[in-house]
Each structure stands twice: as structure tokens, then as C-alpha cells.
Design a protein around this ligand. Sequence first.
Ligand SMILES: Nc1ncnc2c1ncn2[C@@H]1O[C@H](COP(=O)(O)OP(=O)(O)OP(=O)(O)O)[C@@H](O)[C@H]1O
Length: 317
Amino acid sequence: MTASSPANPAISIRDLVKRYAPAGGGEAKLALKGVSFDVPQGEIFGLLGPNGAGKSTLINIMAGLVRKTSGSVDIWGFDIDRDQRNAKRAIGIVPQEIVFDPFFTPYEVLENQAGLYGVVKHLRRSEELLRAVHLADKRDAYARSLSGGMKRRLLIAKALVHQPPVLVLDEPTAGVDVELRRQLWELVTEMNREGVTIVLTTHYLEEAEELCDRIAIINHGELIANKPTRELVGMAREKVLLLTLANPVVDLPSHPGFIRCQAVGEHGLEITYNKDKANAGELLSALQAQGFSVVDVTTKEADLEDVFVRLTASVAV
Ligand SMILES: Nc1ncnc2c1ncn2[C@@H]1O[C@H](COP(=O)(O)OP(=O)(O)OP(=O)(O)O)[C@@H](O)[C@H]1O
């Protein structure tokens, strides 16, 4: 694997278009409308988007499972058309669905996969990979006897047998419980620390916010954002003040800095304001001046979800 120098992106996508041919006389579906972006080396890159946005199409094109209509995709410096073999060897894909032959053991699953990639015996790393995904003690168990979480970890190991510098995970934690989600996050972070560039799709904004260095948002086949996570979250200008008042709320206070103000229960107020235009201190003083006696205050920052909702809502269908 030598094509990419440290300065080059791990993945480079330019003007990518995918038009699905019409099925049964219907209309053709433009699933990707000219998408361009780079995935920097060494990062954990999140690809977000509502259902049907085009994420799987994009991943399947990278994996060589779907043919693009036009545009270019380079993986680790290898063009997927001109240098298909090297491009394929540079990427490991962890699919969403769990598919194993139930009669193979984890060790055999990895050995078979290594065989498929032509990894010679002495360069195989099946034992090491089983340790890395915390499945060494399940080396010889039948795949069918593994728990859902173990199967997902085995899929990650399977995607890494040919030592790809780029690992793509399609919805790695869809439908898994909180505990298992944490374990998978840790595993992904460990792989990244070892130098693997990670691309993941997710529906969980919390997951993207926690794990990803950079996030791209795709909506109706178009890229509508691509920013470092902190910057994207910083786009949320709204902040919320949750107040408990000494007396029951009768009239609502007013202030030019308010975006919204509503009563919550008998003694509570929820005030949403633009943090560029007002701060909590001046809002509290204004409330006091209007005769409101505040006994407790908490604040809430807007998060990625607010940005996501705003961005995906504002783009025309
Ligand atoms: N084989 C296909 N033939 C026709 N249309 C397709 C095909 N595969 C996907 N599409 C359409 O292309 C669009 C993008 O689908 P895609 O599966 O890439 O979205 P997604 O972002 O991965 O969604 P999800 O999160 O639900 O998996 C959708 O409108 C989908 O219906």
C-alpha cells in the first residue's frame, strides 16, 4: 500500500453521480447528484444523512458493489476504475447486516477471508485480530453461538484481515444496546489510534458527535455540510435557560434576546435565546427587573441534532 503520501487524503471523491436505472418503467432515481469531498488520513469521518439520502450508495460505490454513473473515487490514491485491485485492497468494509456461515469458527472466518484476499499464510494475523476485537477466547466457537455484539466485532476483524489503511463501517451500532455501543466506540477508537482511517455512517447524532473528527451531511443526494465536528456543533447558535421560579408562572417575561419562552409546569420557564445576541446574566437581570424571582437555573447548549435538523430541513426536495 504505497500510493498515498501522508499529505494526500485517504479518500477523495469528485463530482460523484449515481443514477439508478428505472425499475419496471418508472423514473430513474438520482441517488447522488455530484458529490465531492475528501476524507483526511488518520481521521474518524462521519457520514450522516436521513434515510434514503444516499449514504449506502456512496459506500457501495467505494466498496465496488455499485457502479457509479460518473465522477471519480480515489481510495488511498488508487482510482477505483483504473486501479481497482489496489483500491479494493486499501479499504475494509464492515457491512450493516451480519452475514456469516454459522458453521465456521471466528478463526476460520478470518482465515477464509485472508484466503480470499490472497494473504499468504505467514502474513496472516487471525490470532492478533481476534485479540484486538476481544474475541480470542471465542477462537474455536461456532459463529452461530456468538452474541450479537461478538458477531459485530468479528465483522470488524474480518474487514481488517488484509490490513487496509481505510475502514468503512456502515451503521456499526444500528439497533445495539447502549453498553454494546460503548464497546464498539472503544474498538473503533482503538483501531483509529493504531493508524486506521475510519469512515462511518450513523443515524445516531450523539455517536457522530462523540466519535468523529469531521462530519459530512448528505441529504437528497447532495453534500450539505462537511466540517470538523466542533465547528459543525458550533453552528448551533441557540442556547436554552431552564429556570425554576419561586412563584407560579402567571405571565411570561419578555426580552428582545428571546427566541422562545414557555412555561414548563407550574414553576418552570424554558427560555431559548441566541447566544450571539444575549447572555444568561443579562437575561436573568431582566427577569428580576420584571419581578420574577428565580430559585434555580440550568443551561443547555444546542447540539449536533439542532444543526442537523436545521440543515436537512432547509434544503429543497
Ligand atoms: N438499487 C436501487 N434501485 C433504485 N433506487 C435505489 C436503489 N438503491 C437505492 N435507491 C434509491 O436511492 C436513494 C438513496 O438510497 P441509499 O440506500 O443510498 O440511502 P441511505 O442514505 O443509505 O439510506 P438508509 O439510511 O435508509 O440506508 C433512495 O431514494 C433509494 O430509494
